[in-house]
Design a protein around this ligand. Structure first.
Ligand code: ADE
Length: 226
């Protein structure tokens, strides 16, 4: 998989890909991340990427020309399965979307800033708008990092034990069951006996029940399709 990210602040997006699982995925050649600085596509001497909005109103708007130049350049080199705009008014990110995106070959992500981008960018280039929640960030970069992390960990070979992604919370609209490790007793706080019983079918039943009870308590909205 290849992910291209267009941004005016590429520095925000360097460290997430330089450590831990995402770095390993890149080192193993399972994913390529390419950051593109929008300012490299500006033609005026002042390197302006934004301007006042037509009709008046507070806040600057990212201009169409540098974005057009950048996207057109990238599209001339490969075909993108999705051109995503990170925006608080996009479709809310969930595990189902992440699963779908993890199967794509080439993804292009545009990060917005200020009041956002000229609407014509959204009308003519963007295939999908994604929000990571109902709050406004100062730019789309952190949201893009969230999307990339969620996608990349699902690519086969990225996680050591592939089944561990399948048992994540949300994969079957349920939260994950509680997990424990050694010691079996700490300060008198005991691990549920079933987990040390060696009875694996019973342990599986217990985990399913715990998943259900936890979801019912913490996220009853996920059970509404029952
Ligand atoms: N840009 C600003 N806020 C955002 C959000 N909540 N999700 C995605 N992109 C954003």
């Amino acid at each position: 998989m290849r992910i291209d990210i267009i941004t005016v602040v590429p520095d925000i997006l360097t460290s997430p890909f330089e450590v831990s699982i995402l770095k390993r995925a890149i080192d193993k050649g399972l994913v390529e991340i390419h950051l593109h600085n929008l300012r490299d596509y500006v033609t005026d001497n002042y390197r302006h990427i934004d301007d006042y909005q037509f009709g008046g109103g507070a806040g600057m708007v990212m201009m169409i020309e540098p974005i057009d130049k950048c996207i057109t350049h990238l599209k001339s080199e490969r075909e993108y399965d999705e051109i995503i705009y990170m925006s608080p008014d996009g479709e809310r990110l969930n595990q189902k979307m992440v699963n779908t995106l993890s199967l794509k070959e080439n993804i292009l992500i545009l990060c917005g800033h200020y009041k956002g981008v000229d609407q014509r960018v959204r009308d003519h280039f963007i295939t999908r708008e994604i929000s990571i929640g109902d709050y406004v960030l100062s730019g789309g970069e952190l949201a893009a990092a969230v999307v990339c992390d969620a996608i990349i960990r699902l690519i086969p070979g990225v996680l050591g034990n592939e089944t561990s992604a399948l048992t994540d919370s949300f994969q079957d609209d349920l939260l994950a069951p509680p997990v424990y490790t050694r010691p079996a007793e700490y300060k008198g706080w005991k691990v549920p006996e079933i987990l040390t019983s060696g009875n694996f079918p019973k342990i599986e039943d217990w985990r399913e029940e715990q998943s259900y009870l936890r979801t019912k308590k913490l996220r009853p909205d996920l059970l509404k399709n029952e």
